[in-house]
Design a protein around this ligand. Sequence first.
Ligand code: FAD
Length: 486
Amino acid sequence: MTPTRLWFRQDLRLQDNPALHAAIARGGPIIPVYILDDAGEGRWVMGAAARWWVHHALTALDAALRSRGSRLIVARGESATVLRELIASTGAETVFWNRRYEPATIARDAQVKAEFSAAGLEVKSFTGALLNEPHTITNKQGRPFQVFTPYWRHCLTLPVAAPIKMDTGALVAPAKWPRSLAVPELELLPRIPWDAGFAAVWAPGETAARARLREFAAGAMAEYGDGRDQPARDGTSRLSPHLHFGEVSPRQVWAAVRAAAKGSGVFPPSKGAGVFLSEVGWREFAHHLLFHFPQTPERPLREEFARFPWAPDPRAKKLRAWERGQTGYPIVDAGMRQLWQTGWMHNRVRMIVASFLVKHLRLPWTQGSGWFWDTLVDADLASNTLGWQWSAGCGADAAPYFRIFAPVLQGNKFDPAGDYVRRWVPELSRLPAESIHAPWEAPPHVLAAAGVKLGGNYPKPIVDHATARNAALAAFRELRAGKSVA
Ligand code: FAD
């Protein structure tokens, strides 16, 4: 039989992989390929932290394939061109892949499908990244949902299939392998070594992803309801990059929760598990919104927000202070430094730093989403867009603009002992808990004893909370009144 070309994209796993399953079922040799196609991603070319992840994930996938008598063919360039060349050199008549849902990749994949189908090839795509594909879900009026609760209530009425049982013991190799780059030749690792902290925290690849899921389901999941709001704790699954790159599927996540419920027969097995599944639901909702509102990575869903009067920021001074974790607000700085050092930030803190950028600094949310895009290992166009539009108050089911997170209150509430700040802002580590979220209010002798010099080894707040809050509310009122504000 002619070989099947199996196009890996954001489905870097061998289990519960519908395209691979179909290729095995068809029989004959399989040629797995990964193409680094930056142009095919449109305006959202993969950021630096995500590239670090892909380097290691591809290495892991190649090793997993080799242990089954196969290997990963790695290429760089325009997807259709690379596939065309590979098809010509191997005589493949079949191309299979699992679908992606970003506007640019949908358009690219449609073109690839049209070209190869017209050339008489068998081209099939499958659903492997979501529980429900965005176009299959509508509200009673036949329109896309824009509010999470009814969306998720509706999804919970739909069946969730079990992961596909796959026999990937050995994969049939072609008589001759086509040429391939080595993974390092894709040059995905950063030139400046800012990724030093990543490897200490992350293990990309399917094996690590499944181990993480097992560990979470057996441990922190039951307490997730409370644990997920305490950034100092390891209370969340940390599955986001694994889910984004498809090293584990949402169906496998669902099945792990189901398995945890087996003993009790109650599903979900704990309050924590139910909340956790609803977060997986937010991921689905994000894809639903991106699919139906493809303009939202660049433009607010609520169009009136396009006129929002952002504050001037000469020489991007405020933006840089935010990016570098030098705002003088410890919980904000801790989050931004966790992001820089590990490529990830706790969800509670993502909301705090996003609110701070948009409301305290009044800088455009797209500047924040751009920075996240480049620095998050889990950078995901759907979830990042939803998270930023939610925080900025301009998206679907968003936090209202007038709800402005007070960083000190948020810090005291969710990091009461200050351990999260101590970990990521070491210059404040000797401050007592009562001063750690507002060092500028600490008596001089407390600062001196802790070795903190405001304006010296730690900045004074770059904006005053009350003043910034009032300015943000005034700008919002003007926007609502339809006036243009200078
Ligand atoms: P858990 O709490 O264990 O949740 C399990 C899974 O559910 C996550 O792995 C993730 O896939 C999904 N999930 C959880 N919360 C959300 C959410 N609010 N929206 C969508 N999916 C969710 N998530 C990304 O995966 N990529 C992004 O680029 C991204 N950008 C964000 C930007 C902002 C401003 C905000 C506020 C949130 C963003 N999120 C993003 C959502 C969320 O912060 C992360 O998914 C979560 O912190 C990942 O950690 P976890 O795997 O431990 O999550």
